[in-house]
Design a binder for this molecule. Structure first.
Ligand code: F6P
Length: 544
């Protein structure tokens, strides 16, 4: 494996650079015309997902060259190291074992001399027993009423996965229960999430890996106050209305939650990789134990696909390599993720943390500044809404925005012709982006000459199409694992630490300094830059 700072001087990188000079001028119109089999050939399948990557700006030999880069960067060894439990998160000296969360009972993964799989299943069993009690109405609130409302309090990885999974799997949820998610330290988030809830029927899940996160602890305290106010102030009520999900038993108990009501996970699960750990407690409450297991099995099937499939047919490898191809050779800045499935409306938001907190890094594992672009900006909205908003820029703007389209054969609740119309749109968008419309075609439609340039679609806009039969818990698991591993592939080649997040620390520390400056009764001595100090003074004056 080359020293990371040498990535751009490896033979495979140089070969890709030469290759790019040829490919950048090829148009997808031409590539499809030259090879009638392209649309069936450039496809791969695994874990219930079908990927058509033929509408990418690649030649027949591009993927092979990218695979050579992966080989030269030691991707095989890095995949094995992750699955084996090596401490590949080197800046935090931690193993990266979200894949252990979905292993079947009886499997073995050793961390620091201990098999972690029995621990994983012990927590899953505890979650299952708890969820059964709540769902059957056996877990009663302080006044003896059945729990009907679940409020997950968490942020980042302790929120985005649970929210996304709840929305994605809503079809399978118990509709007699209400699920809410509070993340923002903006009090409005809490106020709106709870304004119509009866405290006697409400259970809070305080989800925080560290149990120190300012936003979550502030919201958890407000939840405690809200509950006690609503239930007459008896502190004993907390035990019936609060459970915790954390790696930090000490802090959980200091907050006043009995550790018997704590669901554990471990430091080898990164926050943004934790929706299938106990952080998924709200998901299990919503879809039941069996639905959650089905989701874990979907994750595991994709893990096995990733671990064992040759790179040329390996979905996360192909997607990771294509993302790198656009970032590093076409210098594109962003990737749009466009689910044609309303239930996946929060999927792009979930992916933002997964992709950008993981690969938003500017130094290699050895601490050297990289001389290539790393993680792209991921963003998106569900189709067809995006079509009437930002697609204009993707079709006719000046930037190259590779798109991932997600679609399904079946709607979960069919309604008239809606699904065919929806799918016609996703297929049409990918086709329009790739092939566009030439000036001659526009003229042939009788368009006035002055309007011709405005109505030309250059095309050659790349996209992936990911298709599955229907959005089941298993397919959701496979889809999330697909992106987790695609992120891994990119980070492995860039030789960065995809599993730390030091970039969020500075702002957190500064906020802690500013809070007392905003709240101090007497005018504080400010030692910030002139802009920040002025803004603090303005805020204080405005609050007087
Ligand atoms: O944003 C930084 C971060 O540490 C994320 O990585 C994490 O998911 C989130 O904060 C929440 O952390 P915790 O689960 O410890 O409250």
């Amino acid at each position: 494996m080359p020293a990371a700072q040498d990535l751009t001087s490896t033979p495979s990188w140089r070969a890709l650079g030469d290759h790019y000079a040829k490919v950048r001028d090829s148009h997808l119109r031409q590539l499809f015309a030259q090879d009638p089999q392209r649309g069936t050939k450039m496809t791969a399948e695994g874990a219930g997902l079908f990927l058509d990557y033929s509408k990418n700006r690649i030649h027949d030999d591009t993927l092979g060259l990218l695979v050579k880069l992966a080989d030269e960067a030691g991707l095989r060894g890095k995949i094995d190291a992750m699955f084996r439990g090596d401490k590949i998160n080197i800046t935090e000296n931690r193993a990266v074992l979200h894949t252990a969360l979905r292993l079947p009972r009886g499997a073995t993964i050793m961390v620091d001399g201990e098999n972690v799989v029995p621990q994983v299943h012990a927590v899953l069993d505890k979650m299952g027993a708890f969820c059964d009690r709540v769902r059957k109405g056996e877990w009663k609130g302080h006044t003896g009423k059945r729990i009907k409302n679940i409020v997950n309090v968490g942020i980042g990885g302790s929120d985005l996965g649970p929210v996304m999974a709840y929305e994605a799997l809503r079809h399978y949820t118990d509709r007699n229960m209400t699920f809410r998610f509070v993340s923002n330290v903006d009090g409005i988030d809490f106020v709106e999430a709870t304004h119509d809830l009866d405290p006697s029927e409400t259970l809070f899940i305080i989800s925080s890996k560290t149990f120190t996160t300012l936003e979550t602890m502030t919201n958890a305290q407000s939840a405690r106050d809200w509950l006690l106010k609503g239930l007459g102030g008896d502190a004993k009520a907390v035990a019936k209305h609060f459970v915790a999900v954390s790696t930090n038993a000490k802090k959980v108990s200091e907050f006043g939650i009995d550790t018997a009501n704590m669901f554990e996970f471990w430091d080898w699960v990164g926050g943004r990789y934790s929706m299938d750990s106990a952080i998924g407690l709200s998901t299990m409450l919503a879809v039941g134990h069996a639905g959650f297991r089905e989701m874990l099995d979907g994750f595991h099937t994709m893990d096995e696909h990733f671990r064992t499939t040759p790179f040329q047919k390996n979905l996360p490898v192909i997607m990771g390599l294509l993302a790198l191809w656009y970032s590093d050779f076409f210098k594109s800045e962003t990737i749009a993720v466009l689910p044609y499935e309303q239930y996946l409306k929060r999927f792009p938001a979930y992916l933002q943390q997964l992709t950008m907190e993981s690969n938003g890094k500017h130094v290699t594992l050895a601490g050297k500044t990289v001389d290539y672009l790393t993680g792209a900006v991921y963003w998106g909205e569900p189709g067809t809404n995006g079509q009437h908003s930002f697609y204009q820029l993707i079709h006719q703007g000046t930037r190259l925005i590779p798109c991932d389209f997600l679609a399904f054969n079946h709607a979960l609740t069919p309604l008239g012709r809606h699904h065919d119309i929806l799918i016609a749109n996703v297929l049409a968008q990918a086709e329009a982006l790739a092939f566009g419309k030439t000036a001659d075609e526009v003229r042939k439609e009788g368009t006035a000459e002055a309007l011709v340039p405005h109505r030309v679609f250059e095309g050659n806009r790349p996209s992936n199409m990911i298709f599955a039969d229907r959005l089941t818990p298993g397919v959701l698991g496979a889809l999330v694992a697909l992106y987790e591993h695609s992120v891994f592939v990119q980070g492995a080649i860039w030789n960065i630490d995809s599993f730390d997040q030091w970039g969020v620390e500075l702002g957190k520390a500064l906020a802690q300094k500013i809070i007392p400056e905003l709240e101090a009764p007497a005018e504080p001595n400010l030692a910030h830059d002139s802009s920040t100090s002025n803004l603090i003074r303005r805020y204080r004056a405005g609050r007087r």
